[in-house]
Every structure is written in structure tokens, then in C-alpha cells.
Design a binder for this molecule. Structure first.
Ligand code: NAI
Length: 251
């Protein structure tokens, strides 16, 4: 899909990978809703885009609330009469599976997986209604393809996103709606900096380096533009650049 003059909704658009993607989409002539639970972050993104001549609306949205997701997508139609691209990217980490309180791991599943399913569901319904097709990109992680002993629930949530996305590849032929996922390795964003700079250096060494949010945004742009790979899972790594996870053939 050509990005110029399209309309996009980006969740988690107030920071890190989401912000870098909002800015890149706006540079390429898309109009974007930066949706984030942190409205101040989304407003900063909109401000940064505006300084470069981009058109971005900041909107508060908790992706675990169906009405917030629906509201963000309705906002696209209200302002610009269309919705072409949905990037389901909001996500969190930071689990302690064996702690007393199960709340934190459950919240990871709610935000990283359940909300992605809900947002995709709403986006498909809206795009079907508009009848012009569209592109939905879901942020998974290399942790969705590989085990993560330190973060098993995060890994499970992202593996869920990977196979959910693969399973919807058929929508491209049926409705002209392409669903893809992106799996970055370790990326330098506030999400990973929360664990401290020393830990970041350690992990970066372990996994062969650290990506910048702009590297991931470039992958998202490629996924939007490339019409040929419905349901495909893009990997973004420091060593290998951008490539695709092996397709799983049944039987
Ligand atoms: P980040 O922390 O910089 O940005 C995440 C954004 O999501 C924040 O602005 C936050 O306010 C927002 N958010 C959190 N909960 C939300 C909710 N309930 N509703 C709406 N917005 C919410 O993190 P980063 O790294 O940019 O993460 C973006 C995505 O990339 C996440 O899905 C993450 O799991 C994924 N990812 C990150 C990697 C990394 O190493 N940083 C590697 C692979 C995937």
C-alpha cells in the first residue's frame, strides 16, 4: 500500500517504536492518530510530527478498553473519512511470574495479546464496512519466536500475536485486508531502559546489539508497502537486518 494520503491509527504512539513509526508515517504523507494511555507522550509525538509538517492527532486510549480502541478508529473516520492502516503496537514487559500477585503477568497478556486481538477485530470490521481494504500490523517480538526464560509470559503473549496474525493471512484474499506482524529483537526504548542502563548493556551484548526504534519503524513501513506477504512475520535483528520467519506449512 502506498502510504501518501492514507490514514493510520498507531497504539503506543507516545513512545519508542510507536512514536518512531508515527513520525515516519507522517513524513511519508499519512495522517495519523497517535493513541496511547499516556496522553502527554502522544501529544509530544504529535508536536514532533507537526514541527516537520506532519499531521498527527494525539488521543488517549487504553487498549484494554474496547470503547477506547473503537473510539480511536472512529476518530480516524470523523476527521479524515477513512482508515487504512492500524498498527497495534502498545505493549509492556516487566513480569515476575512467581510473585504473590498474579496481576502483573495477567496485565501483560491483557495488553500484549488480548488487546491486539480486540483491536484487530475492530479494525477488520471497520475496514470491511468501508470496503476499501487496509493493512493491520501487530507488534510481536523475537520473544514470540524464541523462548525467554526471564519473561515467559511476555514470550507467550508475543507467540500468541504471531500465530493470531498468521491465522488471519486469508483476509487479504477475502477482504483486501492484510495482517502482518513484526518481531524486533532488543530495541532501545523506555521499555527496556526501565530495567537500568547496565542491564541494557548486558542484554545488548547477549543478543548481539541493540536496535533503534527507527530500525523497527523502517520494517513497519516496508510491511505496509509490500503487498505480497499476507500473514507473514517480519523479523528485525541487528545481525540479520530485516527478514521473514519461516512459513509454517500444515501437514
Ligand atoms: P515503550 O514503553 O517505549 O512504548 C510503549 C507505549 O505503549 C508507551 O507509550 C505506553 O504508554 C503505551 N502503552 C502501554 N500500555 C498501554 C495501554 N494499556 N494502552 C495504550 N497504550 C499503552 O516500548 P516499546 O519498546 O516502544 O514497545 C512497543 C512494542 O514493541 C511493545 O509491544 C513491545 O512489547 C514491543 N517490543 C519491544 C522491544 C524492545 O526491546 N523495546 C522488542 C520487541 C518488541
Amino acid at each position: 500500500m502506498e502510504i501518501r494520503d492514507r490514514v493510520a491509527v498507531v497504539s503506543g504512539g507516545g513512545s519508542g517504536i510507536g512514536r518512531a513509526t508515527v513520525l515516519e508515517l507522517a513524513r511519508r504523507g499519512a495522517r495519523v492518530i497517535a493513541a496511547d494511555i499516556n496522553l502527554a507522550g502522544a501529544e509530544e509525538t504529535a508536536d514532533l510530527a507537526g514541527r516537520e509538517g506532519g499531521i498527527v492527532i494525539a488521543r488517549r486510549c487504553d487498549v484494554t478498553h474496547t470503547e477506547d480502541l473503537a473510539g480511536a478508529m472512529a476518530c480516524a473516520f470523523e476527521h479524515w473519512g477513512q482508515l487504512d492502516i492500524v498498527f497495534n503496537n502498545a505493549g509492556i514487559g516487566g513480569e515476575d511470574l512467581f510473585a504473590d500477585d498474579p496481576g502483573p503477568w495477567q496485565r501483560i497478556i491483557e495488553i500484549n495479546l488480548v488487546a491486539v486481538i480486540d483491536a484487530t477485530r475492530i479494525a477488520v470490521r471497520e475496514m470491511r464496512r468501508a470496503g476499501k481494504g487496509g493493512v493491520i500490523i501487530n507488534t510481536a517480538s523475537m520473544g514470540g519466536l524464541l523462548p525467554m526464560p526471564d519473561s515467559p509470559v511476555y514470550a507467550a503473549s508475543k507467540a500468541g500475536v504471531v500465530n493470531f496474525t498468521r491465522s488471519l493471512g486469508y483476509l487479504a484474499a477475502q477482504d483486501g485486508i492484510r495482517v502482518n506482524a513484526i518481531c524486533p529483537t532488543f530495541t532501545d526504548t523506555p521499555l527496556v531502559r526501565r530495567s537500568g542502563d547496565e542491564r541494557v548493556e548486558e542484554v545488548a551484548k547477549l543478543v548481539g546489539g541493540i536496535l533503534q526504534p527507527e530500525d523497527v519503524a523502517a520494517g513497519v513501513i516496508e510491511l505496509i508497502e509490500d503487498e505480497s506477504r499476507a500473514g507473514a512475520i517480519m523479523r528485525v535483528t541487528v545481525r540479520g537486518g530485516r527478514d521473514y520467519a519461516r512459513e509454517v506449512r500444515p501437514y
